[in-house]
Design a protein around this ligand. Sequence first.
Ligand code: FES
Length: 397
Amino acid sequence: MLLLTLSRSIGRQSISKIGQYARFTHSQPKRITVPDPIEWLPLPRPLVYRKAIMLLSLPIPPSSWPSHLEMASPLLATASANLKSKGIAVNAIYDGIGNETKFANEEQYKARIFWPDGHSKSYDSLNMESISSENLLNDLEYIPKDVNIMDGNQGVTKEILVCTHGSRDCRCSDRGGPLVDALREEAERRGLGNQVKITEIAHVGGHKYAANAILLPSLDMLSNLTLEHAPSIISHILSPKANSQMWAHWRGRFGLTETQQVELWSEINPENNLRKIQKEVEAKEEKVKLRFKTFESEEKIVQAKLGNNLLEVGKENDLPSLEGVCGGNLECATCHLYLPPKPTPSPTGEASDEEFDMLGYALGYKDGESRLGCQVKVTKELSEWCKSGGVIGLPRF
Ligand code: FES
């Protein structure tokens, strides 16, 4: 059986250059041979790095979810804000329990956190108080262990989280809904009711790649799924073998850094060019200063790598309000920020038509100032603009 081992002890893992490109210093992955014909889809890869994912179980079915759940759920908004700074993504799910149509005034939900090595924590009742409790904060300090990622984490219950968030994008419910039904039928047919759970999840980014699904416990994301894929998805989650057709639908893995995902992706598909990616990594080494101002008027001067985008700068420097749910794929507008035309127009060029379209979803949009951070690159000229008095504005979360 082919095995691929990646060390995922984030924080303990370092990357060194061997020859032309970056390699992990330990747990060198074995080469996987993927047989033809797999048609590799033109999906964006990798995902923005998240250390873990927290899932809040809402008692409200997805058909009653508003397009932006955080606006309706203060608990979800607080959980996202608190945990985002710790590198943990937060999302809402519906596991078939409850039939409410509105959010309660005093929200209280079951919650689970998943790390990429299969480790997880459950909370029977998470509320505004316990979201900041010491117990929870201690749990978040967990460092994932090295794991074998090709054995499907045997012995652990599998779960497929399919995005069916139709009010956010109708494609998610049009394609996600039938996929949920097909997966449940397939699991039932194979007698896997206790081993593979199918759950609905709120927007996971990539609506144009619907249907999207996150697999637990691996935290892999698959995209461009149709109901015909149901049998293959179930086989894949049970045992993600190298010859699984579903690798063509792989968008990345939460819990791995972008470089680690690239490394893994190149092992899955040897056509990927690590040298090219390494050149991009090296080009980003030089740093310049940028000036930001938070919604509360706090000024922050940060070091930014040339070539990175402003969303990446925000993540690296823990700047508030820059969420980047879709990972820079122009599908969410949660990386919205302001580049005011003062003291001179910012040297960032015009937004593309696609960026303009997505800016229509930005909360607090300002004509002539609003931009999407994932689309604006760090340049020496932008740093000069900041030096001469330009300030990049951050919106309210
Ligand atoms: S991160 Fe989603 S549009 Fe920028």
